[in-house]
Design a binder for this molecule. Structure first.
Ligand SMILES: Cc1ncc(COP(=O)(O)O)c(C=O)c1O
Length: 404
């Protein structure tokens, strides 16, 4: 379905390209993104939003256009609700540490969060006495809406924030965010979504979801590394502190005072990653032309192939629901007797297959289950093919049978 797109990616457009299945970590980048980064350094290496010479105005114009397109992609009410950040981690930290908390304020997350949506809340618990509570998933890792509703009710008027991954990087399981957001709102909470694993793979409409904040990673959306974003409702951003202060965060300063800038400038302190923003501009153009519903379908169809080969093999088990339709493009495998890193190296060296091994920054889930060996995670994207995932799964089976 997306085979024509392979030609756009230089790492795939070679003889015997490797099989890249580490897309949940970082996707490949198309030529247009690489070209936009090159053109920044070679044609307009200026400083956006500050100087007024032609290099700078070119960058400022492209920054504005990028923000507008990102706002459109997520159906934000206005483009100034989009903040450029370093990554989703930065965005989630901005939300957690930019809002004001009282001792005993309850923040709910789930038991399958990436450290980026866990550690900032744990830090606030240690430093400011918030009450961070974890909502347990169902046995198969799907979201437990009853347990969530009960946790909201139990927190009562102390419930201040619900911060949920939209799609988990551990297993690809999606949270029914619209339903959860409605429940959280009925209990008076703000809703923050970690969209790192949803925005590259499905159409996300922040207004339709009924949420307040969303963090996302541009490097998982075919954009440059070191780029992410935060969307927030303007009235909330206007009342939020910036976690960094300095150039661009203020409209003016005196020896004894300053006046904060309006969002998004308030949150974009210091000289920006302009090459990254121009690369992001090209990535948003690229992803906006793709039907993300079809991307999701394609990934599920690849996951069906992987799952059908791996599901009944002795010595391994797939994390999460066994139905691949509930795991998007992610197939995360626990190996009984073999170190996942060893297999990942072997797959790379012997079969040119790149996957991720380890705990994927979801240590808390593994620790809770007493699993100390991590998993092997294959994560597909639009440019992957059935032949590729088949080769990955068959090679894995051979390796486990030989070594297990
Ligand atoms: C679900 C999830 N949240 C947050 C992150 C952190 O993203 P970033 O590297 O952009 O900070 C990741 C990265 O893998 C992720 O998968």
């Amino acid at each position: 379905m997306f085979s024509k797109h392979r030609a756009d990616f230089p790492t795939l457009n070679v003889d015997n390209p490797p099989i890249y299945l580490d897309n949940a970590c970082m996707t490949l980048r198309p030529n247009s993104v690489i070209e936009a980064i090159r053109s920044y350094y070679e044609e307009s290496p200026g400083c956006g939003g500050r100087s007024v010479h032609r290099y700078a105005t070119t960058v400022s114009r492209k920054m504005m256009s990028c923000r507008k397109k990102m706002g459109e992609l997520f159906n934000a009410e206005q483009s100034d609700e989009i903040v450029f950040t370093k990554n989703a981690t930065h965005s989630l930290n901005q939300v957690a540490k930019g809002l004001s908390w009282n001792k005993g304020d309850v923040v709910l997350t789930t038991d399958r969060e990436h450290n980026s949506n866990l550690v900032p809340w744990l830090q606030l618990e240690q430093e400011q006495g918030i009450d961070h509570r974890v909502v347990r998933s169902n046995q198969d890792n799907t979201f437990n809406i009853e347990a969530f509703e009960e946790a909201c009710a139990n927190a009562g008027k102390n419930l201040k924030m619900v911060s949920l991954s939209h799609v988990g990087n551990l297993d690809g399981v999606a949270t029914p965010v619209k339903q959860a957001a409605k429940i959280a709102k009925d209990h008076g909470a703000l809703v923050c979504i970690d969209g790192a694993q949803s925005t590259p793979h499905m159409k996300v409409d922040v207004q339709d979801l009924g949420i307040d904040f969303m963090a996302f990673s541009i490097h998982k959306m075919m954009g440059p590394s070191g780029m992410g974003g935060l969307w927030g409702k303007m009235e909330l951003l206007e009342n939020m502190r910036s976690i960094q202060s300095g150039g661009s965060t203020v409209d003016t300063s005196h020896y004894d005072s300053m006046q904060w800038s309006k969002p998004p400038a308030r949150f974009e302190g210091g000289l920006g990653n302009y090459a990254g923003i121009l690369g992001t501009n090209a990535a948003i153009d690229y992803i906006s032309k793709i039907d993300l519903n079809q991307v999701h379908e394609h990934e599920v169809s690849l996951n069906r192939v992987m799952t059908s080969i791996l599901k009944d093999v002795d010595g391994m088990s797939i994390i999460g629901p066994q139905d691949p339709a509930l795991r998007g493009g992610i197939c995360s495998i626990l190996l009984d007797n073999i170190d996942a890193h060893d297999i990942a190296i072997l797959l790379d060296e012997a079969a040119d297959v790149m996957v991720r091994s380890g705990m994927h920054c979801v240590h808390s889930w593994f620790n809770d289950k007493g699993i100390n060996r991590g998993s092997l995670r294959a994560s597909a994207y639009l440019y992957n093919t059935e032949d590729e995932v088949k080769l990955f799964a068959e090679t894995l089976v051979e390796a486990v049978e030989a070594l297990g």
